[in-house]
Design a binder for this molecule. Sequence first.
Ligand code: HEC
Length: 156
Amino acid sequence: MGTRRRRIPVVAWLVVAAGCAGMQRASHVTLPQDPATCVTLRSLMRESLDPCVKQLQPIAKRDMISGDDYERLGRLAQALEDGAYKIADHPPRDSGHPLEEYYWHGGILVARANELRWACARQNVEGVRLALSAVVQSCNACHEKFRKDTDGYASY
Ligand code: HEC
């Protein structure tokens, strides 16, 4: 009897997350319950997503984007996508809005970060800029609903 692997690719359930408001979490992901959860979400935002966007933006704006730049952009886009997946593990508490909406925003960010990564791989400048601006819109859209304390950080 071999070990049976039935891991559902994360991409599969995120596609569902993006398309379906009544999404159910994949069963292998445990929702953190204690208040420290918020701290974790905040540090994910502050230490991962924020620096990603801040490094991506100036490179994407360059007149000439070199092969090395595209590679760097691609790595940042990958980090962004990884961070976006993690969002779903740390929902905010007491936001006053349905969590389905939060997951939906998280799924949108995953999809847009993924588009960005592929545009980088194709070295398509227009695709990179469009996808990055879509990413930023998705950060802002979720913050409008779910982020209460906006001290120190304006929108992107
Ligand atoms: C699915 C919802 C969602 C998405 C998408 C999202 N965020 Fe957030 N973000 C939040 C919430 C909720 C908070 C408030 C967390 C807290 O204060 O505990 C937050 C807070 C932040 C903060 C402030 C952290 C602090 O120290 O106060 C930054 C910076 C941030 N997000 C950056 C980003 C960036 C950049 C993106 C897009 C690449 C993004 N976020 C996408 C929900 C989201």
